[in-house]
Design a protein around this ligand. Structure first.
Ligand code: COA
Ligand code: AMP
Length: 634
């Protein structure tokens, strides 16, 4: 069957389609119903079924003769370490880790927060939770103590698993002081923390609370896989919303395993035994799905790379990893390729490596500009495929399907809708728009397996954020259009989240931090274009009258404050102190116009603006920062 037939079947007969896909996994109790819609719009996949995700990702392969195959390749140029872990070794480590958690009183349904860098132990911790039926919530290392505290309070974990440090090329990031501060700040106190000591910066342990990873593993008895319901959560992953309070995206065990396993063959064209590499981080959804669960469920080898595309040590780092481990398919964010292109535009480093076995590059996480896509295809002489997805869905909503039929590659598009997703472009009145017209990208319910069934402890916010815009549809939060041939163009967010180096961040959260500074009267955060990271946040702040402080000092304090409160990952470094902010007569801040001014795009002064002369002032304030260099009013 070609793409069109597979797509039509998945949309017209979801139960038949996904019921068949589910047969590829081992269930300890068969499901009663493929899709339970009795509580719609809360749909449940594989209701009544029981399975264990860790069993399917690890033990099953050992039982089926893959015990000696490498499951995880750890390659860490920042610590000069390389290590291979076979499926049999992984089974032993994960079983012991589950035993160690059980010794701390963790049982099915308990939450465990994991705050770790890109080390294999992070995967062991995730799989160990899944083995016990505990729900993990991984927090990205680039977030601050305060962000970690917010997640601790929302997920109320019994245990937090962390490493003593992470390694960024420019510095060692000590995780333990951040963890201690977060626990101090949080109202909920985890009973125990389990700490992996890294030689680059070991930490002190607090008696009675902190447990040493190595000691706990040595003392633990291996624990068996605990069968869980298909509709029990496997994890919670927090993502930026429009406010400072992140959304806890829930993923269910059954649908997650089925969809990811299906995607490995049909989207990425992988075969069991091959090597798949997602150069991302376990703290992001890409890491969850394609560093950990997808490849392992499908019996592939996964690469855990603790390094950057450039500078560790050079822009040939990706090609070295692809050659050294015979990677078949790689997945990363366009920003990584922009970083390589900037340092090595002629791809000279590529000439040192043999990439014969490499088949395709997949890109996602942010809009991929056609230049970057074309450059990647030109230097690699392989398909470079942009595909679109989000934390909420857990896997691609649109893409190209190497295991079904390779569609033409059209730079600028994110491909065609993935089988299972009924993607529609609707206008503000809920009417489908003609091909080529912009609108809100929505997915007709039910969403396919693996997509979020709800938000953690917050059915109301789930309905309000995603289902209330149009009855019967899921609001992706992205806008775009579909062309005559059914290719999707994803152009940008319609809410206050922005994308910086493939990381989704909330401008609302940054505004809350800026507004908390005693000298700030009001503020706005906008995303300005950036050649490397796609976009960067910029704060425009108005000082309180009577405050005696120079603009430079205030700017520096605000940059430090955002780094402290949100984390270095926010990459917040641009501040303009302005006299006033442009607003509508009803008091709404005109952020979109300020972004256009900063990026030198054509703009029209809105009829509703309170005082048009403020736009000139804004332009003058942005020029010294290197933005708004011309005036292009329509
Ligand atoms: N722990 C602690 N700090 C971290 C971190 C982590 N796990 N990850 C990033 N940071 C820090 C960085 O050190 C940097 O700090 P700085 O302001 O002191 O320099 C800051 O957070 C911003 O990080 P990043 O946006 O990653 O920028 P960078 O300049 O370090 O690297 C790229 C730029 C393009 C090389 C990098 O973003 C990259 O490799 N991206 C592509 C892959 C990817 O991760 N995609 C995500 C989703 S698929
Ligand atoms: P995150 O949840 O952090 O993965 O961010 C998801 C958001 O990133 C999406 O809603 C889009 O706005 C953006 N995004 C991800 N992939 C793409 C893509 N291929 N093209 C355009 N935007 C993308």
């Amino acid at each position: 069957m070609g793409y069109a037939e597979v797509y039509a079947r998945a949309v017209n007969d979801p139960e038949g389609f996904w019921g068949e896909a589910a047969q590829a996994l081992t269930w300890s109790r068969p499901f009663d119903k493929v899709l339970d819609d009795s509580a719609a719009p809360f749909y449940r996949w594989f209701a009544g079924g029981e399975l264990n995700t860790c069993y399917n990702a690890v033990d099953r392969h050992v039982e089926n003769g893959r015990g000696e195959q490498t499951a995880i390749i750890y390659d860490s140029p920042v610590t000069d370490t390389k290590r291979r872990i076979s499926f049999a070794e992984l089974q032993d480590q994960v079983a012991r880790f589950a035993g160690a958690l059980a010794d701390m009183g963790v049982t099915k349904g308990d939450r465990v927060i994991i705050y770790m860098p890109m080390v294999p132990e992070a995967l062991v911790a995730m799989l160990g939770c899944a083995r016990l039926g505990a729900i993990h919530s991984v927090v990205f290392g680039g977030f601050s103590a305060r962000e970690l505290a917010t997640r601790i309070d929302d997920a109320t974990p019994k245990v937090v698993v962390a490493a003593s440090c992470g390694i960024e090329p420019s510095r060692v990031v000590k995780y333990k002081p951040l963890l201690d501060q977060a626990i101090e700040m949080a109202s909920h106190k985890p009973e125990r923390t389990l700490i992996l000591q890294r030689p680059q910066s070991p930490c002190d342990l607090i008696q009675g609370r902190d447990v040493d990873w190595t000691a706990a593993m040595a003392a633990a008895a291996p624990h068996d896989c605990v069968p869980v319901s298909a509709t029990d959560p496997i994890y919670i992953l927090y993502t930026s919303g429009t406010t400072g309070k992140p959304k806890g995206v829930v993923r269910h065990n059954g649908g997650h395993a089925v969809a990811l396993n299906w995607s490995m063959k049909h989207i990425y064209g992988m075969a069991p035994g091959e090597v798949f590499w997602a150069a991302s981080d376990v703290g992001w959804v890409v890491g969850h799905s394609y560093i950990v669960y997808g490849p392992l469920l499908y019996g592939c080898t996964t690469v855990v790379y603790e390094g950057k595309p450039v500078g560790t040590p050079d822009p040939g780092a990706f090609w070295r990893v692809i050659e050294e481990y015979k990677v078949s398919v790689m997945f990363t964010a366009p920003t990584a390729f922009r970083a390589i292109k900037k340092e090595d535009p002629g791809a000279e480093h590529l000439k040192r490596y043999n990439l014969d076995h490499f088949r395709a590059l997949f890109l996602a996480g942010e809009r991929c500009d056609p230049d970057t896509l074309e450059w990647a295809q030109k230097i690699l002489q392989r398909p470079a495929i942009d595909h679109w997805w989000q934390t909420e869905t857990g896997w691609a909503i649109a893409g190209n399907f190497l295991g079904i039929e390779q569609l033409p590659i059209k730079p600028g598009t994110a491909g065609k809708p993935t089988p299972g997703y009924n993607v529609q472009i609707l206008d503000d009145n809920g009417k489908p728009v003609p091909a080529g017209d912009m609108g809100r990208i929505m997915v007709k319910l039910p969403l396919p397996p693996a997509c979020l069934p709800t938000l953690w402890n917050n059915d109301e916010r789930f309905k309000e954020s995603y289902l209330s815009a149009e009855p019967g549809y899921y609001l992706t939060g992205d806008s775009g259009y579909m062309d005559e041939d059914g290719f999707l163009y994803v152009m940008g967010r319609i809410d206050d989240t922005i994308n910086v180096a493939g990381h989704r961040l909330s401008t609302g959260a940054m505004e809350e931090v800026l507004a908390s500074h005693p000298a700030v009267a009001e503020c706005a955060v906008i995303a300005v274009a950036d050649e490397l990271k796609g976009s960067l946040p910029m704060g425009l702040v108005v000082m309180k009258s009577g405050v005696n402080m120079d603009a430079d000092t205030l700017s520096k304090e605000l940059v430090t404050l955002v780094r402290e409160k949100i984390g270095p990952v926010a990459a917040f470094k641009l501040v303009a102190v302005v006299n006033r902010l442009p607003k509508t007569r009803s008091g709404k801040i005109l952020r979109a116009i300020m972004r256009k001014i900063a990026d030198n795009e054509t703009y029209q002064t809105p009829a509703t603006i309170d005082d048009p002369s403020i736009l000139d002032e804004i332009r003058d304030s942005l020029t010294p920062l290197g933005y708004a260099q011309g005036r292009q009013q329509a």
